[in-house]
Design a protein around this ligand. Structure first.
Ligand code: PMP
Length: 353
């Protein structure tokens, strides 16, 4: 049997690697440290009992779109929902990128922007961030002038660096970019300002958000975009019919009843993040400022990989970014429960001593 080779343009593609290891302290994938409120689980159990299992779900996810629209104060026609923000990103790229089109990213940033763009068949242009990982508007102008990208990606707070772009920077980018601007706000609840304000039917801005982080629902795979309604209409044509199952739609609607509790959790995570950052600053590592639920740091004078392994040997799993381009020796820790964070700090102190 001869094996059919993959598409020529995918031959060099590497998969997405994030090891799932059985450890005591798991702080590697930027999830919420605790599950949703108990009332959420009870309400969801009741909703599951009411599902018409023999029927396809509401294809337009009407109630969920309405609830998300109310949360952001936009028209439901400006909401697109899918299985995790990754599927939202994929749908945007299948619809507006693809062969013959160009997508710009500013690296280092969330790897899947470039990864999914390449799978769509688009050409990816990687701009560089400044040394402190902030967006460099000079570089931005250079990339736009040289490549005129159809889609430009921003990510604020940026994964994996943690930096937050200022409102002024994002407004400037939006005014300069020729095609669509996608602002990935997977960690948007941690920032003071949201680019949702810039989305209107007369703009080319799409803001992408997720239920995986603040909403403690990574297991459910639910994300959405706030976008001009003409963009949403196009995305609706490309995404598979009935892609969003009935249980997930119900879970999303119910989750949005708990906005106050979620805001309280964000405050608790930020307080813990500040504690972790102070602890890191007392150790022999460089810490990058974070406006999210994770912190990037670089051990001084040590191989990042060896420090990561030392932590793993102590049953603490964090994200090893040390081999990623532009992030030599860097590691990223997700803020966990106070207990998990203390175990991480103790383990890191031991590894570095
Ligand atoms: N965007 C960013 C910036 C992320 O960090 C992540 C998760 N790591 C996602 C999107 C994808 O999240 P999900 O598919 O779980 O919504």
């Amino acid at each position: 049997m001869t094996r059919l080779p993959v598409r020529d343009d995918l031959k060099a593609l590497e998969g997405y690697h994030s090891p799932q290891v059985d450890v005591r302290v798991r702080l590697n994938t930027n999830e919420a440290p605790v599950g949703p409120p108990a009332e959420f689980e009870q309400a969801l159990a009741r909703a599951v009992a009411d599902v018409d299992w023999n029927r396809y779900p509401d294809r337009a996810a009407t109630d969920l779109r309405r609830a998300i629209a109310a949360l952001h104060g936009v028209d439901p026609a400006m909401v697109f929902v899918a299985n995790g923000s990754n599927e939202v990103l994929q749908t945007i790229l299948l619809t507006f990128a693809g062969p013959g089109r160009t997508v710009a990213t500013f690296e280092p940033t969330y790897q899947l922007h470039a990864h999914i763009a390449r799978i769509s068949g688009a050409t990816v242009v990687e701009g560089e961030r400044a040394a402190d990982f902030s967006l460099d508007l000079g570089e931005f102008r250079r990339v736009l002038a040289a490549h005129e990208p159809h889609i430009t990606f921003l990510c604020s707070p940026n994964n994996p660096t943690g930096g937050v772009d200022t409102e002024a920077t994002i407004r400037e980018v939006v005014s300069l970019a020729p095609g669509l601007v996608v602002v990935d706000e997977a960690y948007g609840q941690f920032a003071r300002w949201s680019a949702v304000e810039l989305v209107s039917d007369d703009s080319s801005v799409i803001v992408v958000r997720t239920f995986s982080k603040t909403w403690s629902m990574a297991a459910a795979r639910l994300g959405y975009a706030i976008a001009p309604s003409w963009v949403v209409s196009e995305l609706d044509k490309v995404v598979l019919p009935y892609h969003l199952d009935a249980v997930k739609q119900a879970a999303g609607v119910i989750a949005l009843r708990f906005v106050d509790q979620m805001n309280e959790r964000v405050r608790a995570i930020v307080a813990e993040r500040e504690r972790v950052v102070s602890a890191l600053q007392r150790l022999d590592v460089d810490v990058f400022p974070s406006g999210a639920n994770f912190v990037l740091f670089r051990p001084r004078g040590r191989a990042g990989r060896a420090v990561w392994q030392g932590l793993l040997d102590r049953s603490v799993l964090i994200r090893d970014c040390s081999g990623w381009p532009r992030l030599a020796d860097c590691l990223r820790i997700t803020i966990g429960t106070p207990e998990e964070n203390s175990l991480f700090i103790a383990a890191l102190t031991e590894v570095l001593s």
